[in-house]
Write a protein that binds this ligand. Sequence first.
Ligand SMILES: [Zn+2]
Length: 340
Amino acid sequence: MKNTIDYLVDLLSIPSPTGNTKAVMEYVHNELIALGLTPYFTNKKALVLTLPGKDSSKGICLSAHVDTLGAMVRSVKENGRLRLTQIGGYNWETVEGQEVYVETHEGKKYTGTILIDTASKHIFSAAEESPRNDLHMELRLDEVVKNPEDVKALGICAGDYVCYIPEVQVTESGFIKSRHLDDKACVAALLTIAGKLKDTELPYDIHFFISNYEEVGHGSSAGVPENTITMLALDMACVGDDLNGDEQKCTICAKDSSGPYDYDVKNHLIDLARKHQIPYTVDIYPYYGSDASAAQRAGGNFKAGLIGPGVDASHNKERTHSDAIQATVDLAILFAKNPL
Ligand SMILES: [Zn+2]
C-alpha cells in the first residue's frame, strides 16, 4: 500500500480545476480498486465508497474534495493574449507568474504564463500600480500568436480550461509545498484511511465521499448516502494571524462562515484527540465553508463536523507538514471507530 505522501504527490500532479476532475477521479477510483474496494460514481460524478459496519442502519460520512482553483479562457485580446475568468475564489496577485497550460476541446495542451499586462519593468515604470484584476491579468501563450486568428488556429477558444502547473516539493524536514494542498492533502488522507479501515470491524457504515464541486460551493449538496448520521469533512485548516492553526497539527473547526459545527461532534473530537495524544487545536475560520456545511444547507439531515491539517498561505503558495496530515488521518480513524 502506498503511503499518504505518495498518494498526495500523485494527486497534486494531476491538475483538477473544478469541473475538470475526470482524470484525478479516475486516479482515486483506481487506487481504491487497487485496495480491493468497490467505489461508485454519483450522477454528479462525485466518488463514494462504503465500508459496511456492524449496524448498517447508520453511517458516518468522511468527505474531502478533489477539485481545485483554476481558470478558464474568457476571450482573446487583439494582441493574442488571453483574458481569463477565475474558477474558485482567490486573488489574482497569488497567480501572477504562474505557469499554466490551456486544454482545448480537442485535448491539446498549450503552456503559458499568467502575467499582468504591464509586466515589463523596462516599459512600465509604475507596474506595481496596475490593479491585479481580470481586466489586466492575461495569459501569455508559449506559441507564436499575434492576434485572435492565430489563437483560433490552435483550437483555443472561450471555455477552455486553464490548469495551474503544480510545483510539488517534499522537503527532508517533512513539509509539502504545492498549490492545491486544499484539499488534496485530505483526499490522500482518505485513501490512507480507507486502506487502514477496510479490514476493521466498524460500528456503523463508513462512507467516503470525494466531492468535485467544493470550490464553487456545492460539492456535496447531493449524493451523500441516505443513512448518514454525521458528516465529517476533512478539509484544510487555516494557519495565520489571529488563528490557532498549525502546520503540524490537526485543527478541529468549531465555527466557520457557515456557522457553528455540531457541538457534540466537536467535543467528541476534542476528547478523542486528548485521549490519544493527537496533536490538535480548535479554531474558528473567518472566511470559509466546507462540504459538510454545503451538504447541510442542501437539506442533509445529519450532524456536521470539520477537521483538517494546517495549511499555510491557503489559496496561494500553500504548505503543510506530514505531521498535520498524519494527525488528521489518526483523528478521522478514531472517529470512524468511535462514531457519534
Ligand atoms: Zn478546501
